[in-house]
Design a protein around this ligand. Sequence first.
Ligand code: COA
Length: 166
Amino acid sequence: MVTSKGGISLTISVENLKVNFKTLEEFKKFKEYGIQELSMHEDLEANIIEDNSKSPFYGIYFGDKLIARMSLYEINEKYDRYFYPPQNYLELWKLEVIPEYQGKGYGSALVEFAKSLGLPIKTNPRVKSKEFWEKMGFLSVDYDMERDRGENPLVWYPEGVKAQEY
Ligand code: COA
């Protein structure tokens, strides 16, 4: 993807991140470092997962530095309570751009990559990022207490997909 912000043209490439100690070291720079990363670390150490196994993370490198990342997980159609017709969809979380690189198009490049996979997307945004998600074309759902349990999910509908009513 090519973007031009501040007069500079950059080619941004989004790649799937492999689980290895180097990737996990890079993850420490992100604010949302938590149980998911710790469990990957333990699994690697205990040889439960192999070095370089596929991860749910996608990221953008600037040189050899990981500067943006997100996690994407495909949810099976039988658990779909958001989209009509019911179908497999993507849960997107841990979208984060490290501070020095924010506002340069990296966050949108990751979201555009997720959209290019052609499935509907659901995310639970951090409070301060709502405006960003609106710009990316994400919409609020009609809150349902039983389904959403205190979350305020935002969703993106590909063409031909609409909200599920039940
Ligand atoms: N609030 C409002 N608008 C925002 C925004 C924010 N927090 N972050 C980005 N935008 C807007 C940009 O101005 C841009 O608009 P434009 O296309 O009209 O110029 C558009 O969203 C895309 O911006 P982009 O450069 O792709 O965003 P990014 O690479 O900085 O990624 C986040 C967006 C939210 C993922 C990233 O900034 C991030 O990880 N932030 C850290 C945590 C956070 O949410 N901070 C909020 C501010 S305190």
